[in-house]
Design a protein. Structure first.
Length: 245
């Protein structure tokens, strides 16, 4: 998010609805009037596919306001604003974390030691997070043991700084997600994991993403093979690094 001061009344055309609401709540909290100027927005995150785009918009807007108004960044205020708007992902943190998205509570900070390399696709369609929340919560309650095992593996992996264990837990969680919000290509992607030497599979639990986790950088040949493989499934492969180091 960007804000350019100007003499004209504030324009909110550069803000999506949730980001505009976040700006209003932030300014009300500090007892400030909306500054005059214009907003600009730039993002590589697709909306409705599980990339936390709406939370990212809100957080970017709040960080922009903190900077422009010279107010020290305050995590408590960010969480207060988020809790008034939506169930949120932990993109407001610069580290991994175990975070209760519906309660907006950080349970455990998991640090920045691990890093992953990903190859993924986005299947067609969008997912309305709010619309599927109840369905997901009901499913979680039916499978507490399975999710508990995945969570334990995840936390143990972070504690041991073992990215392979984290990737394995991600695969377990992705397989569980297939039972409630299935991805069309998941079974094929899972079946070919060993072919590419991937350490795990991940999905967007409230979205359309599915792909591979690698604990180490992969070769240009593997990158080419992944692109060809996903193209054979009818999708364009994207690559990204995950982590904070």
């Amino acid at each position: 998010m960007g804000f350019t001061p100007g003499a004209a009344p504030q324009e909110r055309t550069g803000l999506r609805p949730k980001a505009a609401e976040a700006a209003r709540l932030f300014l009300d909290h500090h007892g400030l009037a909306p500054p005059s100027g214009t907003w600009s927005h730039q993002s590589e995150l697709r909306v409705g596919v599980g990339m936390a785009s709406s939370t990212a918009d809100i957080v970017a807007t709040l960080r922009c306001l903190h900077t422009y108004l010279g107010i020290p960044y305050d995590l408590d205020t960010v969480l207060r604003v988020l809790s008034s708007i939506e169930r949120a992902d932990s993109v407001f943190l610069d580290e991994f974390a175990l975070h209760l998205s519906n309660r907006h509570r950080i349970v455990r900070r998991l640090g920045t030691a691990l890093r992953f390399h990903t190859a993924y696709i986005t299947e067609p369609g969008v997912v309305d997070t709010e619309a599927v929340t109840k369905t997901l919560q009901q499913f979680y309650r039916r499978r507490p043991d399975a999710y508990g095992q995945a969570l334990t593996g995840l936390l143990d992996g972070f504690s041991a700084r073992d990215p392979v264990a984290v990737a394995r837990a991600s695969t377990q969680s992705a397989a569980l997600s297939q039972e409630v919000l299935p991805k069309e290509t998941f079974e094929t992607v899972l079946a070919h994991q060993g072919r590419f030497g991937a350490d795990g599979v991940f999905v967007a639990h409230t979205g359309c993403l599915v792909g591979y986790l690698f604990c180490r950088p992969f070769s240009g040949r593997t990158r080419s093979d992944l692109t060809t493989f996903f193209a054979s499934l009818g999708h364009q492969c994207s690559f990204a690094q995950g982590g904070f180091r």
